[in-house]
Design a protein. Structure first.
Length: 212
């Protein structure tokens, strides 16, 4: 009589462990100090099945109950996940043949087919950077700050490298455009000077004599 109870107990423990592993991700703190904080959520929306934004707002309000301002919200690459879609199929048959009304076995035939395919997926999440709302703050509680470029001094921003690359590309493009415009202006000035010298009565034509 005790075995069924133990079986149900073990099944319940396994189910609890499985359900705990399959819980959806929650909003979490990524960085905190006395003036700044960073909260991460899977999706920055309140229209999903789970209201991630309300969870983030609850964490920010818990960090700064006197008031906070959102500096910015942006997506970052959290990492990579490998999706394994491999499959293996095994088939075992026992073929027979009918000869003169007698069934003759040909022996067992085993066949297995398998393929392996792994795909890397980029996992992204939204990170909300916020700060303590000062008494002189212009924005209201929970609204965006007027200074979107602020960052916690010790927070390792995953997008900082991409920002520097974009800034360097913009500077290089601006320098290339300036050089191109400068070269075009030099060529235009040289062409105008040549045309002016080729006109009759110009000082260069007079200096060359009447035969020119």
């Amino acid at each position: 009589m005790r075995r069924p109870k133990l079986g149900f107990l073990a099944l319940g423990i396994v189910w609890l462990g499985f359900s705990g592993c399959t819980q959806p991700p929650m909003a979490r703190y990524v960085y905190q100090d006395g003036e700044f904080g960073v909260v991460a959520i899977p999706v920055n929306t309140s229209l999903d099945r789970v209201n991630w934004r309300s969870q983030a707002e609850a964490l920010m309000a818990r960090h700064f109950p006197e008031g906070y301002e959102i500096v910015r919200a942006e997506e970052v690459n959290e990492g990579e996940r490998t999706l394994d879609v491999g499959k293996k199929t095994e088939l075992e048959t026992d073929p027979t043949v009918n000869v003169w009304d007698q069934m003759i076995k040909l022996g067992k035939v085993n066949r297995s087919t398998s393929f392996e395919e792994k795909e890397k997926l980029q996992v992204r999440e939204c990170r909300i950077i916020y700060k303590r709302r000062s008494a002189q703050g212009l924005g209201s509680h929970g609204e965006f700050s007027a200074l979107a470029a602020l960052s916690p001094p010790f927070y390792l921003d995953p997008n900082e490298l991409a920002r520097r690359q974009v800034k360097a590309d913009l500077i290089a493009k601006a320098n290339a455009n300036a050089k191109k415009n400068s070269d075009e202006n030099v060529q235009k000035a040289s062409g105008d000077s040549t045309k002016a010298n080729d006109k009759p009565g110009s000082p260069s034509r007079l200096a060359l004599g009447p035969d020119w």
